[in-house]
Write a protein that binds this ligand. Sequence first.
Ligand SMILES: *[C@@H]1O[C@H](CO)[C@@H](O)[C@H](O)[C@H]1NC(C)=O
Ligand SMILES: *[C@@H]1O[C@H](CO)[C@@H](O)[C@H](O)[C@H]1NC(C)=O
Ligand SMILES: *[C@@H]1O[C@H](CO)[C@@H](O)[C@H](O)[C@H]1NC(C)=O
Ligand SMILES: *[C@@H]1O[C@H](CO)[C@@H](O)[C@H](O)[C@H]1NC(C)=O
Length: 259
Amino acid sequence: MGMRMPSFEVSMILVILTFLSLNKEGSTATFLDYYCSNTPTFTPNSTFQSNLAQLLSSLSSNARCKDGYYNNTVGENTADAVYGLFVCRGDLTVQDCVDCVAGGTQDLSLQYCVRGKQAVISYEECMLRYSDEYFFSNMNTQPSLYQLTKYNLSDPARFNQLLMATTNGLVSRVSNAGISGAKKFATKEANFTGSQILYTLEQCTPDISSSDCSKCIQEGITLMQECCSGYQGARIMFPSCRIRFELYQFYRMLNIVTN
Ligand SMILES: *[C@@H]1O[C@H](CO)[C@@H](O)[C@H](O)[C@H]1NC(C)=O
Ligand SMILES: *[C@@H]1O[C@H](CO)[C@@H](O)[C@H](O)[C@H]1NC(C)=O
Ligand SMILES: *[C@@H]1O[C@H](CO)[C@@H](O)[C@H](O)[C@H]1NC(C)=O
Ligand SMILES: *[C@@H]1O[C@H](CO)[C@@H](O)[C@H](O)[C@H]1NC(C)=O
């Protein structure tokens, strides 16, 4: 791990390739990027491979979990243990989550990570991750991925101010959202111009603590300032959290937020 994921251009090529290949199988998820370890790898027909297959199948069959999150271990306390989880974007329907996770397990094992013992795959709708090392409850911001979605701002300085205020303002809401065991997910809108509204989304995997969620999102905001200044839309994806902002509504309004 510890590497930065491919850039936007590379990702766009992957998006197009994936779109073509996924169309065949009817998946509707929007592929963003993936990481697959070159080392360690597993050998074909090994116990690890069969544990991994069992893990991926359990992720797929538990994608109906009401909180859009599930983690599992296969081969616990053995040398071939594999740990894995998925998390779906907090506003999605159960069906969107099921489709994304099912497509993701297939993409990983058939296409993107045929031999790697560690992998992360990100879609707009969900993220899947597995590893031969225990990682639950550990906040992780590598590998990181960002994608810029649109460059065209009338007033970049003021936009940036509003973006910082809005994304920073959401941190305590997202990090405290999961205290009752539910999703660590929050969205917020802000008025940019009379006709343009800024939409922001922040989410952490529910296994990390509130303070780690807060740290993760803050790292995301720092990266966002480096990578994405001047853009009217971008995504930041870490294994433990994500941020997205756009000047259009890209998530479902689940409740009315007053402030
Ligand atoms: C793995 O097992 C399959 C069927 O069980 C077999 O066809 C294949 O040759 C095996 N591959 C290796 C590398 O042993
Ligand atoms: C799921 O993750 C939690 C930590 O968040 C861990 O305690 C638990 O053992 C994991 N469950 C499985 C089945 O691996
Ligand atoms: C850029 O934004 C302006 C208004 O802010 C709009 O009139 C124009 O069509 C936009 N251009 C593109 C390429 O989106
Ligand atoms: C956004 O700002 C415009 C003027 O700049 C105002 O007319 C409008 O009511 C504001 N909308 C919201 C939702 O605050």
